[in-house]
Design a protein around this ligand. Structure first.
Ligand code: BES
Ligand code: ZN
Ligand code: ZN
Length: 422
């Protein structure tokens, strides 16, 4: 019921408070919070939502402008104070958690908003190393030579047309006392630019393909948040990062490469590159004996056609896992929709000269057939879900007032963190 007061309504109301304060050039705003919630539990939940809404609304990306447009306007720093009579420990925790979550979302948004020349795979990996300092997050970065040695033929093949080296970023957080707990592995697509390669994209809106690393950026944000929240969890984040360019050594249509798990694939369209870098990442994730694997990727234009920029579509064959995901999304306030994935889709991805083709032989269902391709690299029996954030990764400000109009959204970080918390 969209007319009912819930935590997401509070999060969005916070955006109204924020914009009112900004247009008034207020330097000090006190939000009297008591009276909105009905009980203790709701108080903490609403306070966290309010905190998140304010900080998410405060995100801007203007660091690349040489002059602030109106010095006076930009100098009004607004302090928001949340007033409550409660001295509940849960309220303090709600404030603390809300700040960490929203700030890590904003961190990921900046990674997405940075243009491709200033956010190459190398710079992305360095940013993660930097951001992880002091958080307890262990970061390992594989360079091109290592990626080759590790038999990541998908990631390597995609990177061959670019002068920028690929990177494979591994982040691990293991809370004390989690013993030998199998990890949750998060996997993200990290294409810092996707022009399509030899199967080149049309020029219109191609600049938006700097956002093709938003899945990766949001996995990075998820990992940072979990570490900073000190959740009692064992989690691993993997981001395969590359450019997709048409340089002289680029993969050509028809080329066959071998993924890390030994499966071969024909690249019949070099623009279907996300699934190729994810193939190696999911193979590697499988080797980590995970409790579950969750991936996020701006994978298909078909996802935008199917669901627009409201719902994030997710794919899993595991009904129990789908329920768990929907539950986590309810808590985070993010809007998801389960999409179909069946054997027909798998059949459509069979190759002519190799095990697999990277594009479907069938008509339509482009997002589901992409998911079916990914599934080929996930070990049997492992609960796995694929989130296609092509429609929700950026430019959702028309739907969510605490997101910028055109910029990165940081979508699914809150849900992914909630999955780990549960
Ligand atoms: N990064 C794109 C998907 C995309 C397109 C995301 C537009 C957001 C907006 C992806 O690498 C891609 O190009 N996919 C192709 C696959 C096709 C060739 C099978 C697509 O969706 O057209
Ligand atoms: Zn592409
Ligand atoms: Zn892409």
């Amino acid at each position: 019921d969209e007319t009912q007061l819930d935590h997401e309504a509070i999060r969005q109301a916070a955006a109204s408070i924020h914009s009112a304060a900004k247009s008034l050039k207020a330097s000090d705003v006190v939000v009297h919070f008591d009276g909105i919630p009905q009980n203790k539990k709701e108080s903490a939940v609403y306070l966290q939502a309010l905190t998140e809404g304010l900080i998410l609304s405060n995100y801007t990306f203007d660091e690349l402008k040489s002059k602030k447009k109106d010095a006076k306007e930009d100098k009004t720093e607004t302090t928001f104070r949340l007033a409550t009579k409660s001295t509940d420990a849960a309220m303090k925790k709600a404030l603390h958690d809300g700040i960490i979550l929203a700030e890590t979302v904003n961190f990921s948004r900046r990674l997405g908003d940075m243009p491709a020349n200033l956010m190459t795979p190398t710079i992305l990996a360095d940013s993660v190393v930097d951001a992880a300092k002091g958080t307890g997050l262990k970061v390992t970065v594989w360079d091109k030579a290592r990626i080759k040695k590790e038999k990541m033929g998908g990631l390597l093949g995609v990177s061959m047309g670019s002068s920028q080296e690929p990177r494979f970023i591994i982040m691990e957080y293991k809370a004390a006392g989690t013993g030998t707990k199998a990890p949750i592995v998060y996997v993200g697509k990290g294409l810092t630019f996707d022009c399509g390669g030899i199967s080149i994209k049309p020029s219109a809106n191609m600049e938006e393909m700097k956002y093709d690393m938003c899945g990766g950026a949001n996995v990075i944000g998820t990992m940072l948040a979990i570490a900073k929240l000190k959740l009692k969890a064992h989690v691993i984040g993997l981001v395969a990062s590359s450019e997709n360019m048409p340089g002289p050594a680029a993969t050509k249509p028809g080329d066959v490469h071998t993924a890390r798990n030994g499966k071969t694939f024909e690249v019949n369209n070099t623009d279907a590159e996300g699934r190729l870098v994810l193939a190696d990442s999911l193979s590697y994730a499988t080797e980590l004996n995970p409790k579950m694997i969750v991936d996020a990727a701006t994978l298909t234009g078909a996802m935008v056609v199917a669901l627009g920029n409201i719902h994030t579509g997710f794919f899993t064959r595991n009904d129990a896992f789908a329920k768990q995901i929907s539950k986590a999304a309810d808590v985070s306030g993010e809007v998801t929709w389960r999409m179909p994935l069946v054997d027909h889709h798998t059949k459509d991805m069979k190759g002519t000269f190799a095990d697999l083709s990277n594009i479907s032989s069938g008509k339509g269902a482009g997002s589901a057939t992409a998911a079916a391709f990914l599934e080929q690299f996930v070990g049997e029996g492992i609960p796995w879900a694929h989130f296609d954030i092509a429609g929700t990764g950026w430019a959702v400000g028309n739907r969510l007032p605490y997101c910028t109009r055109k910029g990165a959204s940081g979508v699914m970080i809150r849900t992914f963190v909630e999955l780990a918390r549960q």
